[in-house]
Design a protein around this ligand. Structure first.
Ligand code: AMP
Length: 632
């Protein structure tokens, strides 16, 4: 492990020189004066005074050398369309979209909300924003109108870009009506909405004066050229909302220069991709993995990126391997949940394809269980690289860095801290570093490296109080994940320390789901916990107290009410947060001070010991939970 250790240690001991070298991987319009300004801990400003632009680095700079090479390879098995955009074509599209946004008054520092399915126009819109120095806020298309409205009110976008509809399993998923509803409830709705009309939802309503047609505007600006805005390195590039323990999602804010450098560097040192070699990331542009490794990472690297709209098993479970074969994919990035789905199918679907180009499968977003890792490794015969990170970090925190050294992997472990991250495991109660094989919270000694969140959008105080104030006696960044480290220095992630659950790699706060359930007028109180699920890792289940007990007095009543609650969550938050089951009780287990005993409920739901119950107000409440679980 010599090369890795030296690399990691240099990144911390000789930080400025290390990052000065990595910063050469991107173009700077004006050089930076200092590598790091850390005069106001824990706020870190990287590459101070340097001027650059993300879109220039992702698109423009590649046009002279690889203008005719593929940049974005769009494939949809939903609409059976595919289209490859060369760097030159991407440059044209992005310029036209930047021109149309500019004509609508979008300027540097303005926010643009992007609520779109997996179509190439979403990437054009993101890059057009960064070209103009506007801040994009992409909201995952699975979020419902009310969640979208909350995010709109926090980001206060000048403009929103959407589409008529998405598609899942060949079924239309309307987007535009949700946008209309969100704008109706939002307190700070944008003035203009640009709609990509895919011709899926033919009858969608248009609001005159507000809704504009993407294709029409794009064609009006065909051939336009819009110069890149040269932003100071710390100026924000985007906001991406993420769940926490409160019902109010946090806007993770990322800078420009540090973000570009971190992603460029990770492409070489972690994802082992040379310019011109293809990456296929199966995430959605609404998540951080999509931002970093469908859009910015590969494009900054000059690599073709595959963007796929569709299911992994459609038209058959060999589709991903067909894409790998046809596009000579070298590096693939997916999730343990998707791998578990594919594992259920005949390996003949894999053998049918020539996977000779494929060298790496990166998996992240949730714990990678050993059987799944072993299956993928055997079935594909490529390196399986478990990597651990978060929306906040923007790029891996723990991972094997095979571009630095080919260190052996251990199943179930995302290996070691990535360079730039001073990772430590600490005792949650005392704040002391824990020893080998002891459980601790994964914490990072600030300053956070380039590419990590720089603050919570519009709320510096929340950045400090949420992330840097929870470890006793020390100002450390908390990831809110537990882990152990073995004798060889390998980390093993054990799960969240807070009330956040992870459904199919998507992070959802149980408080958020509880608030959504409570939007149902018949519910008095509710507790939501995450329980283990064989495919999705975890699923939410709810224990609810009905206002009118007679409505849930028999099976038929309970079923009807449970369905209503699920529909309420679909409407308020989105189907990804829908409780898999809703149980009815008349009382929830709480401490004498009124705090919900979520851990105890979760333990019972997973058939484990509920733990220390000395503070419980009424033990009968736990009995009810037991009974409700037994009756299913
Ligand atoms: P998100 O911000 O939505 O990407 O979720 C980040 C969370 O997902 C982390 O805080 C972890 O709880 C979990 N996570 C991400 N990657 C891994 C991994 N490789 N192993 C275990 N948990 C992970």
């Amino acid at each position: 492990m010599k090369a890795y250790e030296q690399f990691h240690s240099r990144s911390l001991q000789d930080r400025d020189a290390f990052w000065r070298d990595e910063a050469r991987l991107i173009d700077w319009h004006a050089p930076f004066d200092a590598v790091l300004d850390y005069s106001r801990p824990p706020f870190a400003k990287w590459f101070v005074g340097g001027r650059t632009n993300l879109c220039h680095n992702a698109v423009d700079r590649h046009v002279p050398a690889r203008g005719e090479q593929p940049a974005l390879i769009y494939i949809s098995t939903e609409t059976n369309q595919s289209k490859t955009y060369s760097y030159a074509a991407l440059f044209d599209e992005v310029n036209a979209v930047a021109a149309l946004l500019k004509a609508q008054g979008v300027a540097r520092g303005d926010r643009v909300l992007i609520y779109m399915p997996m179509i190439a126009e979403a990437v054009f819109a993101m890059l057009a924003c960064t070209r103009l120095g506007a801040i994009h806020s992409v909201v995952f298309g699975g979020f419902a109108a009310a969640s979208l409205a909350t995010r709109i009110d926090d980001a206060r976008p000048r403009l929103l870009v959407t589409a008529d509809a998405g598609m899942r399993a060949h079924k239309a998923i309307p987007y535009k009506p949700l946008v209309d509803e969100a704008l109706r409830i939002a307190r700070h709705p944008p003035e203009k909405v640009i709609v990509v009309d895919r011709g899926i939802d033919r009858g969608f309503a248009r609001t005159a004066g507000r809704d504009l047609d993407y294709a029409e505007l794009r064609n009006a600006h065909d051939g336009a050229r819009v110069p890149c805005e040269w932003l100071e390195s710390s100026e924000p590039s985007y906001i991406l909302f993420t769940s926490g323990t409160t019902g109010q999602p946090k806007g993770v804010q990322r800078d420009t220069g540090g973000h570009a450098v971190a992603l460029a560097s990770s492409m070489r040192r972690i994802f082992c991709l040379e310019p011109g070699e293809t990456m296929f990331t199966t995430s959605d542009i609404g998540w951080v993995v999509g931002h970093s490794y469908i859009v910015y990472g590969p494009l900054i690297n000059g690599s073709p990126s595959v963007m796929y709209e569709g299911l992994p098993i459609q038209p058959d479970p060999g589709i991903w391997w067909k894409i790998v074969e046809e596009n000579r994919v070298k590096t693939m990035f997916s999730s343990p949940t998707a791998t578990r789905v594919l594992k259920k199918h005949d390996p003949a679907y894999i053998r049918k394809h020539d996977l000779g180009s494929l060298e790496y499968l990166f998996l992240a977003g949730e714990p990678l269980d050993e059987p799944t890792a072993r299956w993928a490794s055997d079935a594909l015969g490529v390196a399986i690289v478990d990597n651990y990170w978060q929306t906040e970090s923007g790029w891996p925190i723990l991972a094997a860095q095979l571009g630095v050294e080919d260190t052996p992997r251990k199943l179930g472990s995302p290996s070691f801290p990535v360079y730039g991250y001073d990772v430590t495991l600490v005792d949650a109660l005392t704040g002391r570093d824990v020893g080998t094989n002891e459980k601790g919270v994964i914490a990072i000694e600030p300053p956070l490296p380039p590419g990590c969140m720089t603050t919570v959008w519009g709320n510096d105080e929340r950045f400090v109080s949420t992330y840097f104030s929870t470890i006793p006696g020390r100002q450390l960044y908390s990831t809110f994940d537990w882990a152990t480290r073995d004798d060889d220095g390998y980390y093993f992630v054990l799960g969240r320390t807070d009330d956040v659950i992870n459904v199919a790699g998507h992070r959802i706060g149980t408080r958020e789901i509880e608030e959504a359930v409570q939007a149902h007028s018949g519910i008095a109180e509710v507790a939501v916990v995450g329980v283990r699920d064989e495919v999705k890792g975890q699923v939410p289940i709810a224990f609810a107290v009905a206002k009118d007990a007679s409505r849930v007095a028999d099976d038929a009543g309970r079923d009807a009410m449970a369905r209503e609650v699920q529909q309420t969550v679909d409407r308020e938050l989105g189907a990804i947060a829908r409780p898999a089951r809703v149980h009815f009780v008349t009382l929830l287990p709480k401490t004498r001070s009124g705090k919900l005993l979520r851990r105890s409920i979760q333990a019972l739901a997973e058939a484990r010991d509920p733990g220390d119950l000395t503070t419980i107000e009424d033990p009968a409440a736990l009995e009810q939970i037991r009974k409700a679980l037994a009756s299913t």
